[in-house]
Design a protein. Structure first.
Length: 161
């Protein structure tokens, strides 16, 4: 099986990628760079997860469920924790159930609610992806300190906006 990693991508500057050398401001360039880089990262994830028959959004649901450590979680709570707030958590769970990666059971306290658990197959899939995700993370060419600084700057962008 061919596993795509960042190493297989040609890396270049934003200017080279979008063929633009002049920006109205450094902030405009930063915004464009964030959007471009987010799309670049997502494309790499799509290629990786496609080999395992899932999407990045489905992977996100599985990670959320694994983080529950065997405890149930409802669709609304999954939706609240999704990276992409526009994702349809209910539809994603349905697709994961079809693939037998999650289990869905009725809630005893509220019959209108369902509780979602990750299945053993879902845990196995995540375990097989863990090393590949780590490889991708390590290819980002950032030190731990640089990654921490980047996280602080990205958080700063969202605070009070």
């Amino acid at each position: 099986m061919y596993i795509h990693t960042f190493a297989n991508c040609k890396m270049s500057t934003l200017e080279e990628e979008i063929q633009q050398s002049v920006f109205t401001s450094h902030k405009q360039k930063a915004i464009l760079n964030i959007v471009f880089t987010a799309n670049w990262l997502k494309a790499s994830q799509i290629r990786l997860f496609k080999q395992f028959g899932i999407s990045p959004e489905q992977y996100n649901v599985l990670r959320i469920l694994r983080g529950q450590k065997g405890n149930a979680i409802g669709i609304n709570k999954i939706q609240d924790r999704m990276l992409d707030k526009n994702s349809n958590a209910s539809r994603l769970v349905d697709k994961l159930k079809e693939k037998q990666l999650v289990n869905r059971v009725g809630c005893k306290e509220d019959r209108r609610q369902v509780e979602i658990f990750i299945s053993n197959a879902g845990m196995e899939l995540l375990a097989s992806l863990d090393d590949l995700i780590t490889i991708q993370e390590n290819k980002l060419n950032l030190s731990n300190h640089e990654a921490e600084t980047l996280n602080q700057l990205l958080n700063k962008l969202r605070i009070n906006n």
